[in-house]
Design a protein around this ligand. Structure first.
Ligand SMILES: *Cc1c(COP(=O)(O)O)cnc(C)c1O
Length: 421
């Protein structure tokens, strides 16, 4: 158990108040949908390790490709150099992205993918000689923890120390059945009083907000409004990308495609950290100039890392396989059946299913960061299932390789929780 002793001595964990939090769980290895603890316990990974491990852990199709790549080319600077893993990734990705996407820019994680997207949008207007300095974003959105991304995020409970350093953002509600007219009125009002550069949004499902879902039709109208006003639309698909909502990308369900897209998390099937900011040709063309300064002077040292590219290429291939598409349909069907059973329980409210995601609210009243979520988390872990409730929202987003027996186990502990809480 030296892991936990050294951990306590030296490690500062993310999203953790170390004074009050309990000790972390030491994981020795993971395979498929199962995490193996150092203490010999096994946990079912019901949220694909924060939506990254799309095909479960250590999938041989991915690990073998990365191992082979490792022996060819490990890392090379991406300014002045290029390589086949990067171009192969482009070829496979642009086949499945919305048809207006034309260029891809490498970053290291979801936050920096959004950060680069926001900077692209701001510089797009700057290059055109326009001053546009305000962002539009949904209430309760989450876009990451760097300053631009933090600005766009509406879940700002913990942003107190930084509020005065953030970019100005005007917020709109997510479109529900009969709210779109009010939202469009609010947008008219916003553009009347602000120079809006971009609209940053999670399409169809807001992950960190508790898998909150909204309407396709309403989102189409908001995007059309933005296009009319030359407001760059930035779809943050860091969570929704790669099959989560049933289609390869949530944006594919829309009639109006975003100008910029941010991809990470499952991009590399959970093997290596990498992200992409993709954009349409007209965004890119605005950076072409004889003036050097009109280029996009933004870089990360590990841009286009060949190992991460190899993982992403393999992941996109596996996602499109019949086996994984069958798994996706199977999981959606099982979720739907379980949702029907849940709907008979008055403690489960607002039950929703989209693609790989099942979510609902436990009717017990509580605030988002109250104790219930920790109690629920512990309740599930004690029953060998890793789920991470957000407030009173319980959600499941299992790896595609999760078997029907494993799904039944996850649903079973949720039913137990409904009895107990
Ligand atoms: C996780 C997430 C991010 C941040 O990604 P990191 O890799 O944690 O920086 C941004 N946007 C969305 C929608 C996310 O789910």
């Amino acid at each position: 158990m030296t892991t936990l002793i050294t951990d306590q001595k030296h490690i500062w964990h993310p999203l953790t108040q170390h004074k009050t939090s309990s000790a972390p769980v030491a994981i020795a290895r993971a395979k498929g949908a199962v995490l193996y603890g150092e203490d010999g316990k096994e946990y079912l990974d019901g949220i694909a390790s924060w939506y990254t491990s799309l095909f479960g852990h250590c999938h041989p199709f991915i690990t073998e490709r990365v191992t082979a790549q490792m022996q060819q080319l490990d890392q090379i600077m991406f300014t002045g150099f290029t390589h086949k893993p990067a171009t192969d990734l482009a070829e496979s990705l642009f086949k499945i992205l919305p048809s207006n996407q034309a260029k891809m820019f490498f970053n290291d994680n979801g936050s920096t993918a959004v950060e680069a997207g926001i900077k692209m949008a701001l510089q797009y207007h700057h290059n055109k000689g326009k001053k546009r300095n305000v962002l539009i974003a949904f209430e309760d959105g989450f876009h990451g923890d760097t300053f631009g991304a933090m600005s766009a995020s509406g879940l700002s409970v913990y942003n107190g120390p930084f509020n005065e350093f953030l970019i100005k953002v005007e917020r709109i509600a997510t479109p529900q059945e009969d709210t779109i007219d009010d939202i469009l009125k609010r947008l008219e009002e916003i553009v009347l009083h602000n120079d809006c550069a971009a609209f940053v949004f999670e399409p169809l499902v807001q992950g960190a907000a508790g898998m909150k879902m909204h309407e396709v039709a309403g989102l189409n109208k908001i995007l059309a409004f933005c296009k009319q006003h030359d407001i760059i639309t930035i779809a943050d698909e860091v969570m929704t990308g790669f099959g989560k909502t049933g289609t390869h990308f949530a944006s594919l369900q829309l009639d109006v495609y975003p100008d910029i897209m941010c991809l990470s998390k499952a991009l590399t099937a959970g093997l290596l950290p990498m992200s992409l900011t993709t954009c349409s040709q007209h965004i890119f063309d605005n950076f072409l100039s004889d003036e050097i300064a009109k280029g996009f002077f933004h870089a990360h040292t590990y841009s286009g890392n060949p190992l991460a590219c190899a993982a992403a290429i393999a992941s996109i291939e596996l996602l499109q396989s019949e086996e994984m598409q069958d798994n996706l349909r199977r999981i959606t069907e099982r979720h739907t059946t379980f949702a029907k059973a849940l709907s008979k329980n008055s403690k489960a409210q607002n039950i929703r299913v989209k693609g790989m995601i099942l979510a609902f609210e436990l009717s017990t009243k509580m605030e988002r960061y109250g104790n219930l979520r920790y109690e629920l988390y512990q309740f599930f872990m004690d029953r060998d299932v890793c789920l991470r409730p957000l407030g009173n929202t319980i959600y499941v987003l299992p790896p595609l390789v999760t078997t029907n027996e494993q799904l039944a186990k996850i649903y079973g502990v949720i039913e137990e929780a409904l009895e107990a809480f």
